[in-house]
Design a protein around this ligand. Structure first.
Ligand SMILES: *Cc1c(COP(=O)(O)O)cnc(C)c1O
Length: 377
């Protein structure tokens, strides 16, 4: 007999009392970051990139906050992300699908009023056909590959479509865009090369507003701004200018709960593999956060409590980490207290640096069993 599985209710929020950790997302900081980016752009418009559930922070909450700053253009990666966002934002804002529409997904995209990002000539043909079938002019961005070799029409494809009389029939070309590969390295020669190639390719296409800059691209200067910028990372507090002071406000704070404390004598082996054996007495606390929550196993860091740094001791486990709390007065840190993991004492970019990754990867890896709280917005 076939069994029908009933899906459990999704996305139930973990209570503060039950949670092992708390993720605090400051929507006022997101809004301030948007204003800072917009101020840099002068007359240029500023979109919000909220793919991957708003870099893990909640696309619904982030986009709603950005709407209050007047943001009316959003980018996601997948059709499904666009459909969800449309339900939240209503009909007005433009929602672009960066990865392009997979063959067969055009109808869904049309139904949700999504804008296609055209990354190749087959996608262009399919979208034109969708326009014919729907009898509507469909909102469209043409992405060209100006030198990243990832997505977008190649130079040869641009030349071919430019030569065809009916390539864009039924399409409302609202944007010609491209993406920078090395924007976070201002001196990298690829930036200027991509800028020149973008200009060259764009000139062959129907006249439309242009978009090139991601977060870091905004900081390359006005030549890169064009009509619309597409920041993601900087909105979420990731430094768009690595190597210089972060011009953005931090957005996330991660605090983990103490679930046990103990006093160890000399000779105690700590954690998996006994990578540390105590030489003298050590006070420890075990916190309820581990690699299953997106804290990378190799990211040996410290937690902070009342300004005191509490180094990890032994290996990071799936659900827990052991801290050396000997620097605190005895009994000061108790079960149920929260220690800071990401915040003013240890920034997101610093945590990323511990394992040679980037803030983007840390944010999008952060787990789903935290208690999440939003402030402001
Ligand atoms: C992700 C993405 C962005 C945003 O990039 P950030 O570096 O996060 O600002 C912009 N454009 C495209 C095409 C992207 O894929």
């Amino acid at each position: 007999m076939n069994q029908i599985l009933v899906k459990p209710p999704v996305e139930t929020q973990t209570s503060l009392a039950a949670a092992g950790a708390v993720l605090t997302i400051d929507l006022d900081a997101v809004r301030e970051n948007y204003r800072r980016l917009k101020a840099r752009l002068g007359s240029g418009a500023c979109a919000g990139v909220v793919k991957a559930d708003g870099y893990g922070l909640g696309a619904t909450e982030i986009a709603t906050a950005l709407r209050k700053e007047g943001c009316d253009t959003f980018f996601v990666a997948h059709v499904e992300e666009g459909v969800r966002l449309r339900a939240v934002l209503g009909n007005r804002p433009a929602i672009y699908i960066l990865n392009g529409l997979p063959p067969g997904a055009e109808k869904e995209a049309v139904a949700a009023g999504l804008s296609a990002v055209i990354n190749g000539s087959e996608q262009l043909d399919a979208w034109r056909e969708a326009a014919r079938r729907s009898g509507r002019k469909l909102p469209t961005a043409i992405q060209v590959d100006s030198g990243m070799a990832r997505l977008g029409l190649s130079a040869a494809e641009v030349e071919a479509v430019a030569a065809s009389a009916d390539a864009f029939d039924g399409l409302d070309i609202r944007l010609v865009m491209s993406h920078l590969a090395c924007a976070d390295e201002p001196a990298h020669p690829a930036n200027r090369a991509q800028l020149a190639e973008f200009e060259r390719l764009r000139a062959m296409l129907p006249a439309a507003p242009a978009s090139l800059a991601n977060s870091s691209g905004i900081f390359l200067g006005p030549a890169y701004h064009f009509d619309l910028a597409r920041p993601g990372a900087a909105l979420y507090g990731i430094n768009p200018t690595p190597g210089s002071k972060n011009p953005m406000l931090p957005v996330v704070r991660l605090e983990a709960k103490v679930i046990q404390t103990r006093t160890l004598a000399a000779g105690a082996g700590i954690g998996y593999g006994h990578t540390v054996v105590t030489e003298g007495p050590v006070e420890t606390a075990t916190i309820s956060l581990g690699y299953a929550d997106g804290w990378r196993r190799r990211a040996m860091a410290a937690a902070h409590f009342e300004g005191v740094s509490l180094p990890f001791i032994g290996r990071v486990s799936m659900d827990s980490i052991i801290l050396d709390i000997s620097a605190l007065p005895a009994g000061r840190l108790k079960v149920g207290d929260f220690v800071q993991m990401i915040g003013p004492a240890q920034t997101l970019d610093q945590v990323a640096g511990l394992t040679e990754t980037i803030g983007y990867e840390i944010l999008t890896s952060l787990g789903h069993r935290f208690h999440r709280q939003y402030i402001g917005g």
